[in-house]
Design a protein around this ligand. Structure first.
Ligand code: DQA
Length: 144
């Protein structure tokens, strides 16, 4: 099984960005944690990070012929990008949305995820382990 880990806007700054909310681990640290979990689950993982909406959409389109699933943290795009939601709905590949923070307990504008509505499922609030939990979910529930 091949899974694309797709990080969205501003996640390249993890470690220095609002550490009181997102923790002190960098994106490289988090990718290493994911890589270790993936190895144990016999999942092959690739990583991408894009700040722009169009690049995220292009990555989702390309994933449809290259991956069995996508684990994605769209960042703030989650809360308003109907274009990314449409891209998720347009591909046959299951997409699991993850958030480091518990978006349900944050500001009103973060409590809605328009992209999660197009996803197979979502995991939020477990810090970097949200990604690991999503990997377990895709390992156990293949198919959209
Ligand atoms: C986030 C939550 C979003 O609201 C925020 O804009 C992010 C990070 C998270 O992982 O908790 O960039 O997606």
């Amino acid at each position: 099984m091949r899974v694309l880990i797709l990080h969205g806007a501003n996640l390249n700054l993890l470690g220095e960005r609002q550490p009181e909310i997102y923790g002190t681990q960098t994106l490289t640290d988090i990718n290493e944690l994911i890589r270790t979990a993936a190895r144990e689950l016999h999942i092959e993982v690739d990583f991408a990070q894009h700040n722009s909406e169009g690049a995220i959409i292009d990555a989702l389109h390309a994933a449809r012929s290259a991956y069995d699933a996508v684990v994605m943290n769209p960042g703030a795009y989650s809360h308003y990008s109907y274009a990314i939601a449409d891209a998720i709905a347009s591909i046959p590949v299951p997409v699991i949305e993850v958030h480091l923070s518990n978006i349900a307990s944050r500001e009103a504008h973060r409590r809605i995820s328009v992209t999660a509505s197009a996803c197979t499922g979502s995991i939020s609030g477990f810090g970097p382990r949200s990604y690991v939990l999503a990997l377990h979910a895709v390992a156990q529930t293949p198919g959209k």
